[in-house]
Design a protein around this ligand. Sequence first.
Ligand code: PLP
Length: 428
Amino acid sequence: MDKTEPFYGPDFSQLVRQDPDVAQVLLDELARARGGLQLIASENFTSPAVIAALGSTLTNKYAEGYPGRRYYGGCEVVDRAERLAIDRAKLLFKADHANVQPHSGASANLAAYAALLQPGDTMLAMALEHGGHLTHGSKVNFSGRWFDVVSYGVRRDTELIDYDEVRELAIRHRPKLIICGATSYPRLIDYSVFRGIADEIGAWLLVDAAHTIGLMAGEAIPSAVPYADVVTFTTHKALRGPRGGGVLCTEELAQRIDHAVFPFTQGGPLMHAVAAKAVAFGEALRPEYRDYAASVVENAVTLAEGLAAEGMRPVSGGTDTHLALFDLRGLTDFQGLPVSGAEAERRCAQAGITLNRNVIPYDPEPPTVTSGIRVGTPCVTTQGMGVAEMKEIASIVAQAVRKPGAIASVSDRVMGLTATHPAYRREE
Ligand code: PLP
């Protein structure tokens, strides 16, 4: 090798030589991901270009502050990466202001709360048991400890957000902040209703679009940006970027959000991740990404219909997004026995299908057991699978859940799909 050749980024052979233990972990994880069906709704397969930016020397640079106003020297190059990420995010989401530094969705929420609230203030958010996130006021999270949290849920009959309850609670408790957005709510959220309620009581409206931002980017579902004061998001779900977070907001809140991210809740930004976010936003601005986002939703609808036909009841009757939630209480296996969410997760894992158990609204089972499972289509859609494959996946999942003894034939069918639609296909 030419010793004067500059080093640009990942050199896997170097890792193999220097640290075979860690190299083997990387290889095994890739084999695991490629070797099965990944139906976790919050995961995706990033492009090699995103991985290249993540594995770059930008990880070395300290850049506390913002482009043009850093607390370290030598930031003029990484400034360009952050400006690209900000400009692309603003263009992609038609937002006045974007902060691309949060390390994760939870960090983005922490910063948003820090910008808008004081400890002890009241917030109104969706209950964890009905699909909300830990950072929306769970007792085990800072949000539940530092704020006075009022929770809303879904109606028992429709399993849709109870907008009347949201309004009643808002009027009764006068929260300073209303949050909508969830981790396991399969339906569209009516942001205009939330905006109206927030305006009625003079509250801020925060949309946590961690799950759905990618679908908004591809215009497969309506955007929350025109309605929300602040939108927080993750970059690693349907959006298909690096693991990370971000915040969009109005011009009015721009300074407060920026100060809340740095210096209030974070130190130096991860500049390699910021560059990778710029790459992902660039990819999402391409027309192909719109097709991808539309296909993610179409695939989820087809998968939900297929699993419903197999006896799994889709919560709320179906999905408008990338994920679906199923109530397994009406299902029995080949022995006529009921199957919990945890047992379904275990049986699927044995057959190479990765999905997660999930509480369903009004679930009588604890979170360790659950009556439900959640499935999502961002990964399989990235692999190029479409409607025909979703029908096959529904049949495979049902077989895995109902007939744990038939693992060999289920695994064969899984391998059939992963062989024809591999993740990280090597370019010829
Ligand atoms: N908000 C919602 C609605 C989420 O679903 C998630 C993660 O799944 C988060 C926040 C937190 O994101 P992260 O895991 O990147 O901290």
